[in-house]
Design a binder for this molecule. Structure first.
Ligand SMILES: *[C@@H]1O[C@H](CO)[C@@H](O)[C@H](O)[C@H]1NC(C)=O
Ligand SMILES: *[C@@H]1O[C@H](CO)[C@@H](O)[C@H](O)[C@H]1NC(C)=O
Ligand SMILES: *[C@@H]1O[C@H](CO)[C@@H](O)[C@H](O)[C@H]1NC(C)=O
Ligand SMILES: *[C@@H]1O[C@H](CO)[C@@H](O)[C@H](O)[C@H]1NC(C)=O
Ligand SMILES: *[C@@H]1O[C@H](CO)[C@@H](O)[C@H](O)[C@H]1NC(C)=O
Ligand SMILES: *[C@@H]1O[C@H](CO)[C@@H](O)[C@H](O)[C@H]1NC(C)=O
Ligand SMILES: *[C@@H]1O[C@H](CO)[C@@H](O)[C@H](O)[C@H]1NC(C)=O
Ligand SMILES: *[C@@H]1O[C@H](CO)[C@@H](O)[C@H](O)[C@H]1NC(C)=O
Ligand SMILES: *[C@@H]1O[C@H](CO)[C@@H](O)[C@H](O)[C@H]1NC(C)=O
Ligand SMILES: *[C@@H]1O[C@H](CO)[C@@H](O)[C@H](O)[C@H]1NC(C)=O
Ligand SMILES: *[C@@H]1O[C@H](CO)[C@@H](O)[C@H](O)[C@H]1NC(C)=O
Ligand SMILES: *[C@@H]1O[C@H](CO)[C@@H](O)[C@H](O)[C@H]1NC(C)=O
Length: 813
């Protein structure tokens, strides 16, 4: 009997030791309940807790791992990444307080909580409990606040020498810190503050990912104590000051990524002691001095990115590299002289970016032979012809040579570069025709030949370049009919400033993905065809300065995405279509900030595209021709119909185009009144109605336009009082009111008759007027200005965010 009960006790002990401890199960169930509760309303739960029930062993639950050391089972790993669904990864879904139960599971060694919409501050006390943690991944959440330094304090072992850390495995019960941690991943949150210097206590650390946060201050020099460190990833913070002098002590370092910060000073020479280094990225900092040539002695170094620093290569230093680079990126480093010869020894090189430097000389033959994937030499002072050999490369994918002084004809064998995806040769002096062989660059996605002296009546047939999305041939000497033998995936077609002639061909509608069509400054004739309205993705249409005739078809208003329409300087007649009030793209404000230069996939080792400089869109913006950068073109909404022979009245429906920033109908024969509805254009910054035959008064509604900075109504037949209020009080350039039939108002310092009439006296007491009758008795000129001045002091005018206005009013006094 006794034996049996002992057996029973043993059995109970045995079976219970196979299950996870009750307190850990309770903690996990509590965690489950709070996650389910917190995600319930948004339906954002991204995992299933199906197996997490009270009656089963938590060691068998999904996302939970146990160890069974010393006969007892304990939870050691929780893989809780993507607790929320993808669209909620960066939303504040789960408060960091949901982690509280997990701090009772002190046996945890691995905790993964990335991509889970967790927000709030890192509970330092709680994590100090998890002293056995080896891996902690909390990347890509919304944590804020600073890293609590108690994470790193050896609270109970303060007297311990660093060298004694090796015995921590045994003493860990007393250690109040994460000093066993080998991987700390906190990238992609909103952490702020300094990187605590106590991080030097995490001597086991091998991987530290703090990228994409807002850390500032210096990189603590204590980081050089982390002898085990293999990866240090601090990209995209606001770290400043110098790179720790003794960084070279980290003899195990393989990846040192400090890019996109504000680090200053020189690259410490100790860096040559990082003998295991494979990747070094210091891109986009404020580093100065020379690139230490000893860097190239590190045998294993494969990727160097120093772009965007003031780091010239010493021209006299003889570099005999011992490394075999795959990536060399030194864009905008202030490098001068010829393309360094030693690069020719780098047989494994695939990516070379020496763009935006002051390089001179020719495109070396040896470089053409190297069979690189990416060659970026844009923005230099290189000259000569392109070696044809370059295009025999079976791997060439990206060739960016824009903004140099290359000349000559484009090599005939251009089509031999079978992998070529990006070809940007703009802003050079290339001449002659585009080689026919370009039709066989089947992988071509982007072709920029703009700003050269290329010519030809007919372009090669590009229909077989089935990936070609972006074509810029602007500012050349091309002539003949507009090219339409293009791939049907063409999104951007820029042909401005050439000598193209003929009419807008019906074949254009085959390009059904077209978003951006720019043909300005050519010799296009004929009418604006109805079928343009079939280009349903069109967002930008620029036909400025051609010889288009006939009237504007109403059907253009079917282009739902159209945001920028420039038909100025043509010979268009007829009325402005009333239907323009339906241009959805000019009504709805866009909040999506998509650039036209979006591509799928990446090409640099970091998986991103090098910054490509694409030509600006030239439009008449605030009375001068300006380039709008392709990177933020999505911000602009514009309608320019100026310099035609349009007649009729301004359709009141234009007032619905609430997203418009510029409306220009100047230099036409528009008559009738200015519709009150123009006061509904809440975003308008520039309104040009000049050189028409408008009559009546300027509607008072324009006083509502808070963004207005330019209003030109000159050379019309307008009368009456210029509206006041809001930005109208700042529209005081007399030229913009000149040559009308009787405008008056304080903007042009002309008194209006109604303000002088004694019968208006009671009405004038109302707050609607800027002028008081009594003032007139004091004497016309003196009284006028004194009273305007004092009204201003009394806050009578609505203050506008412009100091200029302030000064102007006081000048009158
Ligand atoms: C569930 O969430 C609500 C608020 O959303 C809270 O009041 C309640 O206490 C939570 N319940 C549990 C069990 O956490
Ligand atoms: C609990 O989960 C286990 C699987 O882990 C399942 O076999 C069992 O039926 C579940 N029990 C309840 C009450 O849901
Ligand atoms: C849990 O254990 C399984 C099987 O041993 C293993 O594949 C997995 O990586 C472990 N998960 C964690 C988070 O440690
Ligand atoms: C640390 O763990 C113990 C139990 O192991 C628990 O009582 C305590 O509340 C935990 N501390 C925090 C801050 O969660
Ligand atoms: C962190 O975010 C929470 C809300 O998400 C806010 O209440 C708290 O003040 C923030 N803390 C810091 C230090 O910014
Ligand atoms: C380690 O932590 C202790 C206790 O907080 C501190 O005194 C010591 O300076 C730390 N060491 C480093 C290198 O930060
Ligand atoms: C930099 O980090 C912020 C988060 O702090 C992120 O939103 C942004 O996309 C990052 N920038 C780059 C270029 O990765
Ligand atoms: C780094 O090494 C140098 C000797 O090369 C030594 O003087 C220095 O104390 C070390 N610093 C750290 C932080 O390890
Ligand atoms: C490189 O390390 C050696 C010892 O390994 C040391 O003597 C030397 O000073 C270090 N060089 C630099 C520049 O830190
Ligand atoms: C570029 O080279 C030309 C001669 O080829 C020279 O006149 C010019 O000054 C150079 N420009 C720069 C910025 O170095
Ligand atoms: C194109 O490349 C092939 C080999 O890849 C070569 O035989 C041929 O001569 C090249 N064509 C031209 C025009 O250079
Ligand atoms: C301007 O309008 C007045 C009447 O309002 C008219 O007499 C005059 O002819 C008009 N002038 C022009 C140039 O249209």
């Amino acid at each position: 009997m006794a034996k049996l009960s002992i057996l029973l006790v043993l059995l109970i002990l045995f079976t219970s030791s196979l299950c996870c401890p009750e307190d850990q199960k309770q903690a996990l169930l509590q965690f489950k309940a709070s996650v389910i509760n917190a995600t319930a309303s948004s339906k954002s739960l991204g995992v299933t807790f199906e197996t997490w029930n009270f009656s089963s062993d938590c060691c068998n639950w999904d996302m939970v791992n146990c160890s069974s050391r010393f006969g007892a089972r304990t939870v050691i790993a929780l893989a809780l990444s993507s607790l929320v669904l993808e669209p909620f990864w960066y939303s504040k879904v789960l408060s960091s307080t949901i982690l509280t139960p997990l701090f009772h599971i002190r046996s945890l060694t691995h905790l993964y909580l990335s991509w889970s919409g967790i927000y709030g501050e890192l509970p330092g006390d709680g994590f100090a409990n998890l002293s056995k943690l080896v891996y902690l991944d909390m990347g890509s959440n919304c944590f804020n606040g600073s890293i609590p330094s108690q994470l790193f304090h050896l609270r109970h072992l303060e007297y311990l020498d660093m060298r004694l850390n090796s015995i921590q495995g045994i003493l860990s019960g007393e250690v109040g810190s994460l000093s066993s941690l080998r991987a700390l991943w906190l990238y992609g949150n909103s952490f702020v503050g300094n990187i605590p210097k106590e991080i030097g206590n995490m001597t086991k650390l091998q991987e530290l990912y703090l990228a994409d946060n807002n850390f500032f201050g210096e990189i603590p020099s204590s980081i050089s104590y982390l002898k085990e460190l293999i990866t240090l990833h601090l990209m995209n913070n606001s770290l400043s000051m110098q790179i720790p002098l003794h960084i070279g002590n980290l003899s195990n370092m393989k990846d040192l990524i400090l890019s996109y910060n504000q680090l200053t000073g020189r690259i410490p020479s100790s860096i040559q002691n990082l003998t295991e280094l494979e990747s070094l990225s210091l891109e986009n900092n404020l580093l100065t001095g020379e690139i230490p040539s000893v860097l190239f002695n590190i045998k294993g170094l494969k990727h160097i990115s120093l772009s965007g620093n003031d780091l010239p290569l010493n021209k006299n230093a003889k570099i005999v590299p011992k490394c075999m680079l795959v990536t060399l990126s030194m864009n905008s480093c202030g490098i001068s002289g010829e393309i360094p010869n030693w690069i020719s020894t780098q047989n494994t090189l695939t990516f070379l970016d020496l763009g935006e430097n002051q390089l001179e000389g020719i495109f070396p033959e040896w470089l053409a032979e190297m069979k690189l994937t990416t060659i970026i030499l844009s923005g230099n002072n290189l000259t000569g012809i392109l070696p044809p050999l370059l295009f025999n490369s079976p791997s060439l994918y990206m060739l960016l040579l824009y903004q140099n002084h290359f000349y000559g004809e484009l090599p005939d064998n251009i089509g031999n570069a079978s992998q070529l995806g990006f070809l940007m040769l703009g802003r050079n002096n290339f001449s002659g025709k585009v080689p026919e062989s370009i039709s066989s660059n089947y992988k071509l996605m982007l072709l920029d030949l703009s700003n050269n002296k290329l010519s030809g009546q007919a372009l090669p047939d590009l229909r077989s370049n089935e990936l070609l999305e972006i074509i810029d041939l602007s500012s050349n000497e091309f002539s003949g009919e507009l090219p339409t033998n293009l791939s049907s995936v063409t999104r951007i077609l820029v042909l401005g400033k050439n000598k193209f002639s003929g009419s807008l061909s019906r074949n254009l509608i085959m390009l059904s993905w077209l978003e951006y069509l720019d043909i300005h400054d050519n010799k296009i004739t004929g009418e604006l065809p109805d079928y343009l309205s079939q280009l349903s993705n069109l967002e930008i249409l620029n036909l400025r300065n051609n010889s288009l005739q006939g009237s504007i078809p109403s059907s253009i208003s079917n282009l739902r995405s159209l945001r920028i329409l420039d038909l100025s300087s043509n010979c268009l007649v007829g009325e402005i279509p009333t239907m323009f009030g339906n241009l959805v793209g000019m009504i709805e404000k866009r909040n999506k900030s998509s650039s036209f230069l979006r591509f799928s996939g990446g090409v640099t080792p970091a998986g991103t595209y090098p910054s490509i400089r694409f030509n600006d869109l030239e439009v008449n913006w605030k009375r001068s021709i300006q380039g709008l950068s392709s990177h933020n073109l999505y911000l602009y909404t514009l309608l320019d119909l100026s310099r035609n022979q349009l007649c009729g009245e301004i359709p009141a429906s234009l007032g619905t185009l609430k997203a418009l920033k510029t409306l220009n109908i100047s230099y036409n024969n528009i008559f009738g009144k200015v519709p009150t509805s123009l006061g509904d254009l809440v975003d308008i910054e520039s309104l040009d109605l000049s050189r028409n035959k408008l009559r009546g008064s300027i509607p008072q509604s324009l006083g509502k336009l808070q963004q207005l900075t330019i209003l030109d109504v000159s050379n019309n037949n307008l009368t009456g009082k210029i509206p006041i209020g809001g930005q109208m009080d700042t529209m005081i350039n007399p030229n913009f009111y000149a040559n009308n039939s009787g405008l008056c108002g304080m903007q042009i310092q002309v008194l209006c008759p109604e303000d002088l009439s004694p019968t208006n006296l009671p009405k004038n007491e109302s707050k609607e007027t800027w002028f008081r009758w009594e003032g007139v008795w004091i004497g016309y000129s003196v009284g006028f200005f004194v009273i305007v001045g004092s009204l201003y002091i009394n806050g009578y005018f609505v203050p506008v965010p412009s100091t200029r206005r302030h000064q102007e009013v006081w000048q009158w006094k």
